[in-house]
Write a protein that binds this ligand. Structure first.
Ligand SMILES: [Zn+2]
Ligand SMILES: [Zn+2]
Length: 302
């Protein structure tokens, strides 16, 4: 007798009327939405595991998910296809995490020698991204603040459970602050502070923990950086006696391997956590801790 009403949908609340339907644009936003939302939300990640999210393209079904979601969590300036879908169909359901705190300039946490001109690649990237670095999630304290604001936003969408969202965001903040303290202590005393990376995704991390990044490519990954850039990076790696050239899980290690061979260094994964690997191991916190272990080894931290 009640079967009919159980099956009726008015379309406004998605598949599961008891939960808030949240669409997250890529993994770290999915992580925060799941942690803050708990079992009160159903989170769909637009980026597939194992795929690099910068150049994400949306299929019609995903555009539909964006139109139907009760909340869209995204980062304006990171994924052009998502920006476009939000502009077309997002209405007032979009939560742009880039608005939570001012973003760093594209060159922040970077590396150049005084008096030297910045590389041409860097300038191209600044044009592309309006001069701002989108990789905010690599500073755990910023991710905690994103969690707090998301809790407020969810609380407005779902006032009955506002206190739950606030409490979960507080728990997440505690975990992220613990991670931050581990990074601060773990990277306090190191023989080197320069990291050679595939693309300059680590500006928030290097800024917070007083490291410097030297990127093979700029703010978006490239398969084949210009030969001149490779030569410059090899030179930097030698000059700073880098023992390790980092590559990423979702981008080919080929270029990093070439440089490493040239300068006699090893390669290792430093994960910018733009997505989880296709085999899905770990989460934001465990990958950040893996990154810290790898950094401490590569930089000879005591
Ligand atoms: Zn990136
Ligand atoms: Zn240098």
């Amino acid at each position: 007798m009640t079967a009919v009403s159980a099956c009726s949908t008015d379309g406004a609340t998605g598949d599961d009327p008891a939960r808030v339907d949240v669409v997250a644009a890529f993994y770290p936003l999915q992580f925060v939405a799941e942690r803050v939302g708990g079992d009160a939300v159903r989170v769909t990640n637009l980026a597939k595991p194992g795929a690099e999210p910068h150049d994400l393209e949306l299929n019609p079904a995903q555009v539909g998910q964006v139109s139907e979601a009760e909340l869209i969590v995204y980062l304006a300036g990171f994924q052009p296809a998502v920006d476009e879908a939000v502009k077309q169909n997002g209405g007032d359901r979009a939560f742009d995490v880039a608005t939570v705190q001012p973003l760093l300039d594209a060159a922040a946490g970077g590396h150049d020698h005084e008096g030297e001109a910045a590389g041409a690649a860097e300038h191209a990237e600044e044009d592309e991204h309006g001069g701002k670095d989108p990789h905010v999630w690599l500073d755990p304290t910023r991710l905690a603040t994103i969690g707090d604001r998301l809790a407020e936003r969810l609380g407005r969408a779902d006032p009955d459970r506002a206190a739950e969202y606030t409490a979960r965001a507080r728990t997440l903040r505690t975990e992220l602050e613990k991670l931050d303290a581990e990074y601060t202590a773990g990277l306090k005393t190191c023989q080197r502070r320069e990291i050679v990376v595939s693309h300059t995704a680590f500006g928030y991390l290097t800024e917070r923990y007083r490291l410097e990044q030297i990127g093979l490519s700029g703010l978006t990954p490239e398969d084949e950086p210009a030969p001149q850039r490779l030569a410059e990076v090899a030179e930097e790696a030698r000059e700073h006696q880098a023992t390790t050239i980092f590559f990423e899980t979702l981008v080919s290690p080929k270029v990093a391997e070439t440089i490493a061979r040239e300068v006699g260094a090893k390669t290792a994964v430093l994960d910018p956590i733009e997505g989880l690997p296709a085999d899905g191991g770990g989460d934001y916190l465990s990958v950040m801790r893996d990154n810290l272990t790898i950094l401490r080894t590569a930089l000879s931290c005591s």
